[in-house]
Design a protein around this ligand. Structure first.
Ligand SMILES: [Zn+2]
Length: 168
């Protein structure tokens, strides 16, 4: 895990920053501000309140059209807020976001942005892995139910056979 000082983001397993391309990455220090999440203003208000309650230090930066980094978002948006927290508080901050329902699941950070961006009317592929997982779960459950059914029929007929025998 390396840190880009210019973008204030963590770069996972990459030799250069995916945003600015800088190769001057270094390991993060506990008090480095790290981009936690980019949200719409109303979510930012909710998050700020939760962070205040949790005693979490954070930093807000509004993204105006000029300051937007299209690479992070894939598209530029006018009224979003970036939240930064010290590197040492990342885990605590993510827990807090989970607690107030801003983040549902680790890999779905993107989906959260998509939900916020519903007005743009675009559904993204981010939901695909979820429904795929659900499909697999449904298959496993129906397989289990089938086994249960077979087991039930077999043991029922055993009981029935034993009952028949007991009659004679
Ligand atoms: Zn960078």
């Amino acid at each position: 895990m390396l840190y880009c000082e210019d973008c204030q983001i963590l770069c996972r397993g990459e030799g250069s920053c995916p945003v600015c391309g800088s190769a001057k990455l270094r390991p993060p220090k506990p008090d480095d501000p790290v981009l936690l999440i980019t949200v719409w203003e109303n979510d930012a208000v909710k998050i700020s309140a939760a962070f205040d309650d949790a005693g979490l230090p954070y930093m807000k930066r509004n993204m105006n059209l000029g300051g937007t980094s299209p690479v992070i978002l894939g598209k530029s948006r006018a009224s979003q807020t970036r939240l930064f927290v010290p590197y040492a508080e990342m885990g605590h901050a993510e827990d807090t976001l989970h607690g107030i329902g801003i983040i549902k699941d680790e890999p779905n950070k993107k989906e959260q942005e998509d939900i916020s961006g519903k007005e743009s009317g675009k559904k993204q592929k981010a939901q695909a892995p979820l429904s795929h997982g659900k499909q697999i779960a449904a298959r496993i459950i129906s397989a289990l139910l089938f086994l249960l059914l077979v087991w039930g029929v077999v043991s029922m007929s055993d009981i029935f056979a034993a009952w028949i025998k007991s009659l004679f």
